[in-house]
Design a protein around this ligand. Structure first.
Ligand SMILES: Cc1cc2nc3c(=O)[nH]c(=O)nc-3n(C[C@H](O)[C@H](O)[C@H](O)COP(=O)(O)O)c2cc1C
Length: 164
């Protein structure tokens, strides 16, 4: 066994899949990578996720209460890491990473066309936001790409070789 720095422990525990969180301020959609999330209810599906207040996405999520969780396939892993290493206030990530926004049915933030699945969500509980950055989301509408049912999602451990 070799020493693992304590700063890397999260990589063993975080559940994955690594997802993209799409948010939108008026006229401006953004994406961030997100791996700290968990299911908390079957139906209606509810998901707890941690969004740090250091991220541009945090402001949009707090202000609008809406987002899309897009599930990328493993083939998008490098893009996802790059999306998680730049900020939407300086970069138009849809454009820079050549991803296609697609109008959602129930929320303002767009679906990501290249992803395996997209979940349209609304924030239903903010009580843990101040202390932990935890937002409780409810999935209002779910989509999957029938051409990609055999594709694999991105498990966090796959990123060991990619993340800086
Ligand atoms: C693989 C990966 C997973 C990440 N998971 C999270 C997460 O769960 N919560 C979070 O707040 N930031 C997470 N981040 C960091 C954000 O994606 C990153 O700070 C991003 O640049 C924020 O973009 P924004 O400022 O445009 O919102 C992750 C980054 C990577 C590369």
């Amino acid at each position: 066994m070799r020493n693992l720095p304590l700063s890397r422990v999260y990589r063993l525990i975080e559940p994955g899949p690594v997802v993209l969180l799409a948010t939108a301020r008026p006229g401006r959609a953004n994406l961030m990578a997100m791996s700290w999330h968990m299911m908390v209810e079957f139906e209606p599906p509810r998901i707890a996720c941690v969004v740090s207040d250091r991220n541009f996405s945090y402001k949009a999520l707090r202000a609008t209460g809406e987002c899309v969780i897009a599930i990328p396939s493993a083939s998008l892993a490098r893009k996802v890491v790059a999306i998680g290493n730049c900020h939407g206030n300086v970069v138009d990530k849809f454009r820079r990473f050549a991803l296609t926004p697609h109008a959602a049915a129930k929320v303002a933030p767009p679906l990501v066309e290249e992803c395996l699945a997209n979940l349209e969500c609304r924030v239903v509980d903010k009580s843990l936001v101040k202390k932990y950055g935890i937002f409780i989301l409810e999935v209002m509408k779910a989509w999957y790409d029938s051409r990609q049912t055999k594709a694999k999602n991105i498990s966090s451990s796959r990123l060991w070789g990619i993340c800086p």
